[in-house]
Design a protein. Structure first.
Length: 429
């Protein structure tokens, strides 16, 4: 048995023969007639091939195996080359939308969105969206619409987004997506600085439900004090009859006379219990009279020296103007009160100056801009605000633009350009 070294060299113990290139040429020539011309520099001599075969050279690979292998490789190559046009088409189709413009709905809402003298859109929201689009390598196509029309178009996917002074609310978030908030403010209160309550306002306050509640409460306290003194005096004092109706009436009269310190003297307690009630009532009445007098004095001072509305707490006593479909209208409807709805903020300001309403509630920065541009100090905006307003860019639900726009927006809000935009449009506001 040959040793392993002999086995590696061949069963006969001789070295394993090496394949000659001519054998490979002959094998390939059976599959393709021109293969021999491509692979060999010159055609082999048939006599040499027979001599090699007699010397024990191994034969070439079977022809059918080479054919199967070659055809398989050819089929794979054909499938690969045929799929390239489809992949290229898919890539071009997916890249085509990103190369187009961003269609953005907007509306006139200065200083966030308005048409400048040159006929181009400008404003805080306009500049923000333009910067975001530039960061994404896109251009912007603006489409003007109403507030409801903008939100409906975004919901239906007719536009890529909507930007103006759009407040992010739970109701809107249920139907749309929003970017991060780029501006936070509140609802402002506009009043007529020349309006004065005067004596008319004082008289008017006498017919409010708050004043009626105060009178009813005071009457109840008087009746309680009168009933207490009558309970002690009715058996031994003829000034307080035993009859409940007459006795309680006399007790109420005594309590009112004592509180106002008139002191007619026609009725006075004689029993120990009645006199104790009288002493307690005297000190209690002093506090009641002092508080009541202070309230009347404050009402007279405010009504005669200043505007009737000083803060949001005063709105409940007046008719308030709001713009239809805005968050200001929703907030005031939630708080209750008398509302008058207008289509534009300018209509509300005109009604305010004509005395039809006592105040206007609207987004504060928008009111400040319009009051400064169109009314030149005729309208005053109070420092007090209502609620919180977060402005964002509205997007369709699950929009692919949300994440890239948020990243671009955050970069923009940290840039010097954002600070310059706020200074240009809002100034000291």
């Amino acid at each position: 048995m040959p040793c392993p070294r002999h086995r590696a060299r061949g069963l006969s113990g001789t070295p394993r023969p090496r394949r000659h290139p001519a054998q490979l040429v002959r094998a390939l020539s059976r599959l393709a007639p021109d293969a021999q011309q491509r692979l060999a520099p010159s055609a082999p001599n048939p006599d040499n091939a027979s001599i090699l075969a007699k010397k024990g050279r191994p034969h070439a690979l079977p022809t059918y195996r080479i054919r199967i292998l070659t055809r398989t490789l050819a089929l794979i190559a054909a499938l690969f080359l045929g799929a390239l046009p489809g992949w290229a088409q898919d890539s071009s189709d997916s890249a085509e939308p990103s190369a187009g413009p961003l269609v953005i709905a907007t509306k006139n809402a200065p200083p966030f969105a308005f048409v400048d003298p040159d006929g181009a859109w400008a404003g805080i929201a306009i500049d923000a969206v333009t910067a975001i689009a530039a960061d994404l390598g896109r251009v912007v196509e603006w489409r003007e619409d109403t507030l409801d029309g903008m939100l409906d178009a975004v919901k239906a996917g007719e536009v890529d987004a909507a930007a103006a002074a759009i407040t992010i609310t739970p109701a809107r978030e249920a139907d749309l997506d929003f970017t991060f908030s780029y501006y936070t403010t509140g609802l402002g209160i506009a009043v007529d600085p020349d309006a004065s309550g005067g004596w008319f306002q004082v008289v008017r306050n006498l017919f409010t439900w708050q004043f009626a509640v105060a009178i009813a409460t005071l009457s109840a306290v008087l009746l309680a004090a009168g009933a207490a003194v009558w309970a002690f005096e009715r058996r031994s004092n003829e000034e307080f009859p035993r009859n409940p109706a007459l006795g309680l009436g006399d007790g109420f009269w005594w309590a009112a006379v004592t509180m106002t310190t008139v002191g007619y003297g026609d009725k006075s307690p004689r029993t120990l219990g009645g006199r104790i009630v009288g002493v307690i009532w005297m000190f209690t009445a002093m506090l009641i009279v002092a508080s009541f007098t202070a309230a009347i004095a404050a009402s007279l001072t405010v009504g005669s020296l200043g505007a009737p509305i000083q803060s949001s707490a005063d709105l409940k006593n007046y008719r308030v103007g709001v713009v239809t479909g805005t968050t200001g209208a929703e907030e005031m409807a939630r708080r209750g009160g008398r509302l008058t709805r207008f289509e534009t903020i300018n209509e509300g300001f005109d009604a305010l100056l004509e005395g039809q309403i006592g105040a206007v509630v609207y987004d504060k920065p928008l009111m400040q801009w319009i009051a400064a541009q169109d009314y030149d100090g005729d309208v005053r905006i109070l420092e007090d605000t209502l609620g919180r307003q977060d402005y964002g860019i509205a997007l369709p639900t699950d929009s692919d633009l949300r994440e890239p726009m948020n990243r671009a927006l955050l970069s923009y809000l940290r840039s010097e350009a954002w600070a310059r935009v706020q200074s240009r449009y809002l100034g000291d506001n």
